[in-house]
Design a protein. Structure first.
Length: 349
């Protein structure tokens, strides 16, 4: 089993709120409030949740496109959150991002060749011919015709523009890529093509993905493990098949109950869980569990004590008071010998 390439511990991203004539700080929007997980080399971790839960903020904070408020983000042995500007610039080739809107993320005044070669201009001392050869190689990898190298982004479809963004992300041969809802702005007929392309690139180049999406069906197709977020915190982190077959956290259970079943017989038996009320404001989250205001299984402890994300089954982590953490005694082996300590955060047996 490969070691974690990405290790995130207690990541927080709070955006200050200023008010009054003197513009004094009066609070903070807790977009990400203590998120922890690992991603092994060559793995795809899916990050799902409803709009506004902090998924994209996590992805941007990981690459330090936002300055994290607190916590550590270790990628390839270096804590990204504490690197100096020069060291961070030197680390950039290892980590890249594919953005959600392929039209907004591409410069309309630059040709495809200029867009894809821009990372090479900034991070390498290659000559013009070598850069051009690399651009054409990348266009082949993502399925773009070489004859389009001198065209501009507006001349392409949405799926083709996203392929340009993927080629740009691959220019410096990164090991870790954050895919921030890369298929959300695409037609349904194109989404599968882009996801299949990402999978092929992962197999051929040994890439590691954080795949952010609200499309639960697509996450089931591409992810190895899935983290479910709610109001800035991770509610459940489980292997893909275990989560979709039997979600543990009440929010994960409600979220997955909304996924349509292609089998008509199973669709007819599907029980939807309708949550009551609205999502609380991230500027004023509940005192206890973030989900306590809408949870159908809430009890008194939930309203006063915030649950930690702990391992409740081998390889499954849940932040809910309904599930006790695995301890040495609960892992005791037959014959009186005890098992090893519970797995570290994010590891899967």
């Amino acid at each position: 089993m490969s070691a974690p390439l990405v290790q995130v511990r207690d990541l927080k991203m709070h955006f200050p709120i200023y008010s009054g004539i003197l513009r004094r700080r009066t609070g903070a929007v807790k977009a990400v409030d203590g998120v922890s997980f690992d991603i092994r080399a060559g793995e795809t971790l899916g990050l799902v949740g409803e709009s506004g839960c902090g998924k994209s903020t996590v992805g941007r904070a990981l690459l330090r496109l936002y300055e994290p408020t607190a916590g550590s983000v270790v990628i390839g042995g270096d804590d990204i959150a504490t690197l100096s500007p020069a060291a961070l610039r030197a680390k950039r080739p290892m980590m890249q991002m594919v953005f959600q809107d392929p039209q907004a993320s591409l410069n309309p005044r630059m040709t495809v060749q200029a867009i894809i070669s821009e990372p090479l201009d900034e991070q390498s001392d290659w000559d013009r011919d070598r850069k051009q050869a690399r651009v054409l190689e990348l266009m082949d990898q993502v399925g773009l015709n070489r004859r389009f190298a001198n065209r501009y982004p507006h001349e392409f479809s949405g799926g083709q523009r996203q392929r340009i963004g993927i080629a740009r992300a691959l220019a410096l041969s990164p090991k870790f890529i954050v895919c921030d809802e890369p298929i959300a702005a695409l037609d349904v007929s194109i989404q599968a093509q882009v996801v299949n392309l990402l999978e092929d690139l992962q197999d051929n180049l040994g890439l590691t993905y954080l795949f952010i999406s609200h499309d639960l069906s697509m996450v089931r197709h591409i992810a190895d493990r899935v983290a479910v977020m709610y109001l800035g915190r991770i509610a459940e982190l489980s292997p893909r098949d275990a989560l979709y077959d039997r979600p543990l956290h009440p929010y994960a259970e409600a979220l997955l109950s909304a996924v349509p079943e292609p089998d008509p017989s199973r669709e007819g038996a599907r029980q939807r869980i309708i949550l009551q009320g609205d999502v609380p404001s991230p500027a004023n989250p509940p005192k206890g569990c973030n989900f306590c205001t809408r949870c159908p299984k809430v009890f008194d402890r939930c309203r006063v004590e915030k649950p930690d994300l702990v391992e409740v089954e081998p390889g499954r982590l849940v932040a809910c008071h309904l599930f006790p953490a695995i301890t040495k005694s609960s892992l005791a082996q037959p014959g009186g010998t005890e098992a090893t300590e519970p797995k570290q955060l994010g590891e899967v047996q």
